[in-house]
Design a protein around this ligand. Structure first.
Ligand SMILES: [Zn+2]
Length: 442
């Protein structure tokens, strides 16, 4: 759908029907979208096709591409020639605005200060857990070397050494896609056998090599079917390193995304992370819930799954997989700390780089990109951590309340069937669903 539709539709809805209940608003929005698309096929030929009119497909494709290219060129010119010379503002948005934006945009039911305090405590806990695992793995990787001293520098050395050895077990660039397919098959079997949740049927996720233009940032990502076109395919993209990269860069890429990391990433991006969640969300009867999804919900669910799957036995107790999972999760916690400290305190670039590379075990290239992202955005980087904490708290609350009648698969299904709602409403909605309805297959 054209990204402008929600922007136009919201004020339009408010003016048209200020008293509308959610159900009414859904119908109004649905009608509006259809009218909008019928009136302007040139925005998205796919929707025109879906509405049954194929006459303009080719012309509209060409026209849209030419218009988009021209608009982008003009925008770039505006940024370089007009905006840059008069840009003198401060990129740090400051404590007050950050707190307000955090409350309104993330809608997690806690303040920015509370989330920051939780992130700092979680950072210590996760680092400690990682060290305990690394200490146990040390002798199998370094049988002839005694464990480094149990002080801050020695603990870091232990962790670095063990993580480095785990990274050596990686796919070749040309086998990445095949290995990802194998991981997906294994994960799906595990989810079904252990009744983690009912998987979407039919499965519309294709595992493909990432288009060249998107490569170089991450080894994998997910492109989900859009909410208004839910029956088209979703793509779990796997990226071999770009062909033009020098051998050292290729080596560090495949080591970072080693065999174990690829499994954690596939849990996060696809099964039962983003793909499964968004496939459920796309079946939400409410168009509003489908279109205005909460990013905190999506990322929180995916990060929650990383730990939940291992807790349920995926990986057969492999400590190296658990350590890799924690390393990946530490990124999410570090993101939240970085976000807050960049915008609410005066964290310098050098301090940020030291924090990410020395304490959060990130490579320098990745850390530098993260610092740029922290400056260009605000509160978004916190969404992974606060979302995951919300899902953990929700699980604890529901499990305590239901006691022996708690059923993990049924709980997950009740969570996903809500669609990507703001997480502060989840406890009420999920408990209502679990108390009021019988389980049914999707
Ligand atoms: Zn994600």
């Amino acid at each position: 759908m054209c990204p402008l539709v929600p922007l136009i539709a919201v004020p339009w809805l408010a003016v048209q029907n200020p008293q509308a209940a959610v159900g009414d608003a859904d119908q109004v929005l649905s009608r509006f979208c259809r009218q909008y698309l019928e009136a302007d096929f040139s925005m998205r030929p796919l929707e025109a096709t879906r509405l049954g009119d194929h006459r303009f497909d080719q012309r509209v494709d060409d026209l849209s591409a030419a218009r988009a290219a021209e608009a982008l060129r003009q925008h770039q010119q505006f940024l370089e020639k007009e905006l840059l010379p008069r840009a003198s503002g401060e990129w740090r948005i400051g404590k007050e605005k950050f707190a307000k934006k955090f409350e309104l945009e993330l809608a997690v039911g806690m303040t920015a200060d509370q989330a920051f305090a939780e992130a700092e405590a979680e950072f210590q806990r996760v680092t400690r857990d990682m060290y305990v695992l690394a200490r146990q793995l040390w002798s199998s990787y370094f049988p002839k070397r005694p464990l480094p001293p149990d002080d801050a520098a020695g603990r870091r050395e232990t962790l670095r050494g063990v993580l480095g050895e785990i990274a050596r077990d990686h796919a070749k660039p040309q086998t990445l896609v095949r290995e990802a397919r194998g991981t997906v098959a294994k994960l799906k079997r595990f989810i079904t056998d252990k009744e983690i949740l009912p998987l979407p049927a039919p499965d519309r996720c294709q595992i493909v090599e990432m288009p060249a233009v998107q490569r170089g940032n991450s080894v994998a990502d997910l492109r989900c079917a859009p909410p208004l076109d839910p029956e088209t395919s979703s793509f779990y993209n796997i990226s071999p390193p770009p062909k033009e990269w020098p051998p050292e860069r290729v080596a560090s890429f495949v080591e970072e995304y080693n065999r174990r990391m690829l499994q954690i990433l596939t849990i996060h991006e696809a099964y039962p992370g983003h793909y499964v969640q968004l496939a459920y969300a796309n079946r939400q009867p409410s168009l509003i819930r489908r279109i205005f999804g909460s990013g905190v919900y999506c990322e929180g669910w995916a990060v929650y799954c990383e730990q939940m799957m291992l807790d349920e036995g995926y990986g057969g107790g492999d400590m190296a997989l658990r350590l890799t999972g924690l390393k990946f999760y530490l990124r999410a916690v570090a993101n939240a700390i970085l976000d807050y400290k960049m915008h609410c305190a005066d964290l310098s670039d050098d301090e940020a780089l030291r924090f990410l590379t020395e304490e959060a075990f990130q490579g320098e290239g990745e850390a530098r990109l993260k610092i740029i992202r922290a400056k260009q955005s605000s509160v978004q980087l916190s969404s992974y951590f606060v979302g995951r904490m919300a899902f953990m708290r929700l699980r604890q609350q529901v499990q305590r309340e239901l006691g022996d009648t708690f059923d993990l698969g049924r709980f997950h299904q009740a969570v996903l069937e809500q669609g990507s709602v703001p997480v502060k409403y989840l406890p009420e909605l999920v408990l209502m669903k679990l108390r009021g309805r019988e389980r049914h297959e999707p």
